[in-house]
Design a binder for this molecule. Sequence first.
Ligand code: PBG
Length: 308
Amino acid sequence: MRRLVAETRLHPAELVLPVFVREGAGAPVPISSMPGVVQHTTETLKGAVADAAAAGIGGIMLFGVPEHKDAEGSGATDPDGILNLATRVAVAEAGDALVVQTDLCLDEFTDHGHCGVLDAAGAVDNDATLARYRDMALAQAEAGSHLLGLSGMMDGQVAAIRDALDTAGRSDVALLAYSGKYASAFYGPFREAVQSSLHGDRRTYQLDAANRREGVREAMLDVAEGADVVMVKPAMSYLDVLADTAAASPVPVWAYQVSGEYAMIEAAAAHGWIDRRRAIEESVLGIRRAGADAVLTYWATELAGWIR
Ligand code: PBG
């Protein structure tokens, strides 16, 4: 009876797996604050892509971990930069089975760890960053990315990137806008995962946890600028923003169950304080119930195996 009357169901096709890929050869490097998650090499990435495809999930989101970082984040626009290399490998391995997505942001590539380039005073320069994002989008499209994940929170980034792609004849590449992206403590483990050198925080360009309407407003602006999908992030502490955005949006709305949300459940489960599988299923179901059409989660492949 419960199965028959369930209002929300989980399906593998609605799950997206974030994947970290580092430069260099050798074995995958474990991320201590995210037990079970590793930094892949381009070689071991192939197995993760094959497993994701076999599990029937909807796609993967790639993050690059470069060996060298600089002020401009030049690795992001280098055709042979780690993220672009990893994209080529993933696209070749995935075939038609997965939507291969790429993080479009400079923070993994800058030595100061910010999502954009800095001005003389050390503040993030919004418009100079847009020029870098345009080039980054073209490099990612060239590498074969199907869907660009715009996570940098610069004003006007969706319009700028859409224009760059269309002008280059790449109207086929779609845009996922991290619209309601809040300045959050729950990104903590991610900073270890990409070896971020960030000092301080991102409160001058990410949203304030106090603001509900602002998240919806950002999504509507991104839709007007040409976003194909909008996202709310983190998920669990922002389910109200997610529900509001889902009610207002004419395009699909996704949510990102971020590194800190993953770490909390894994840590509690490791202590035997909660039932790991039930907590994972309940957390993702709650995000779907609140209105997410799809969920980015580090458990995507494993969860798909359970619900298939
Ligand atoms: C920015 C980006 C971040 C995450 C995804 N894209 C970090 C940030 O904005 O500080 C966080 C994801 C997570 O915590 O799982 N490139």
